[in-house]
Design a protein around this ligand. Structure first.
Ligand code: SF4
Ligand code: SF4
Length: 441
């Protein structure tokens, strides 16, 4: 339940058959909101409005900074971009940049294709001219938002609203209830485990039984098995990835400040991320604003691999390897170029990685970015990915990004336009699969 203004949010799991409990919770929520009183006009956020001239200038600067002007006479990345394969009319970089250069800003910012691009980065990784097309799209979306344009947000914008609530200064959180009693954490540990929005997603997608809090707990169990009792903060906020990639730079910056203050005050020397999006956001976007952050950043798949290399973490020896396939999340694989470590980690745990057709720095994305524009095209991309996974003959599709698990599982959860056998393969997040191999779990 979400009201207008701070302190007006409640997360509650209620079964559809428990109408009485829902009615009681709604009455209590309305009563609490009534006690808080009306939201004063001066307390509301007002969106920063820019003139079309200012936006034109910003876009010219963006084209220069990202070298996107090179796209006008190119178009090579059309062959790798997953979208035109399923949506032929999708405007590729060449068209988008041409419109920008022709000053068609008002059409451009209203164009659904600037939000349809999944920012997977395949064009960046193949580009012979080192154009940062993803950076261009990120900047374009910020400009579009200053003129009042937004993408269609999935799940009626609930996820983005909860992220904006987390940007509030006076927010009081109690977000560690998901930690099971057998997981050991310690406030004095110099390793901070940044879990991201998983506990929130677990509540939002409770009907799907994705067990997302188990994902965060699996990370702690694996660290505990290596003798590490990480610090997990009750005041951690969303990293701001999804707000930044939907153009909301103001709230992204607020979240960045809060997270950086929190981590610096904790004395952490190393931050381990469960989510590649948080990892990329700290490594690229935070550092773009702040420079060196003063602590080490590492994704959990790389961290666990290091613990194995140092002899601190091990798995029981197996006579037969487990055949799995691995989906490179675009933030970890293409954006951060961490491709080998997750594979080496799986092999060290007794798994054999069977590669899909599109893999490593040519990997297909899971079809969705920043909870926007879920469509028949994204569904087709996801089903294609699941077909590729199934064709490997693996027993399981493993991913380094909990959100990829959500999106790929979602694509196969309802009625399908194709034979279910073609895509019938379980999807799991790596730490969950590894924690299952630990003795006594
Ligand atoms: S991003 Fe690179 S490959 Fe794609 S159109 Fe632009 S210049 Fe060509
Ligand atoms: S970022 Fe991905 S979806 Fe967007 S244009 Fe490039 S290849 Fe296509």
């Amino acid at each position: 339940m979400l009201g207008l203004g701070s302190g007006r949010i409640v997360n509650l799991l209620v079964s559809p058959s428990d109408g009485e409990r829902l009615a009681g919770a709604l009455s209590a929520f309305v009563e609490d909101v009534r006690k808080l009183g009306p939201v004063l006009k001066s307390g509301r956020e007002t969106a920063k409005k820019a003139s079309i001239e200012e936006v034109n200038d910003e876009i010219k600067y963006l084209i220069d900074e990202t070298k996107a002007y090179k796209c006008v006479e190119c178009g090579k990345c059309t062959v790798v971009c997953p979208i035109p394969r399923f949506e032929p009319e999708f405007a590729m970089p060449r068209i988008v940049v041409l419109k920008s250069l022709e000053g068609l800003t008002e059409h451009l910012v209203d164009d659904k294709d600037i939000w349809t691009c999944t920012t997977c980065g395949l064009c960046n990784s193949l580009c012979p001219f080192k154009v940062d097309y993803c950076g261009f799209i990120q900047g374009l979306r910020i400009q579009a938002r200053t003129l009042g344009h937004q993408p269609v947000c999935s799940h009626r914008g609930l996820i983005h609203s909860s992220m904006r609530v987390m940007a509030k200064t006076d927010l009081k959180q109690d977000r560690l209830q998901w930690i099971p009693p057998d997981c050991r954490v310690s406030e004095s540990c110099r390793v901070l485990y940044f879990v991201g929005c998983l506990p929130h997603f677990d509540a939002i997608f409770s009907d799907r039984k994705l067990g997302l809090s188990n994902i965060s707990a699996a990370g702690i169990r694996l660290m505990n098995a290596a003798g590490v009792e990480p610090n997990v903060s009750t005041q951690e906020r969303c990293c701001g990835h999804d707000l930044l990639w939907t153009g909301d730079e103001d709230n992204f910056l607020k979240l960045m400040d809060k997270n950086l203050n929190l981590i610096r005050e904790s004395g952490a020397e190393k931050v381990v991320f469960s989510c590649p999006e948080c990892f990329r956001t700290f490594s690229v976007d935070y550092q773009e604003f702040e420079g060196d952050l003063g602590f080490e950043l590492v994704h959990i798949s790389e961290y666990l691999k290091r613990l194995i290399d140092d002899g601190k973490l091990s798995f029981p020896k197996r006579d037969v390897t487990i055949p799995v396939t691995y989906h490179d999340s675009c933030r970890l694989g293409i954006h951060m170029e961490i491709i080998d470590a997750p594979r080496q980690l799986l092999e060290a745990a007794g798994m054999q990685v069977l590669e899909m057709e599109n893999t490593k720095n040519r990997s297909y994305c899971c079809g969705n970015c920043a909870w926007t524009n879920c469509s028949s095209t994204t569904m087709k991309i996801q089903l294609e990915r699941m077909k590729q996974a199934k064709r490997t003959g693996a027993s399981c599709l493993l991913t380094s990004d909990p959100k990829c698990q959500i999106h790929l599982s979602c694509a196969t959860s309802g009625d399908l336009p194709i034979d279910r056998d073609l895509v019938d393969i379980p999807v799991k997040y790596i730490p969950i699969a590894l924690a299952e191999l630990l003795p006594n779990t």
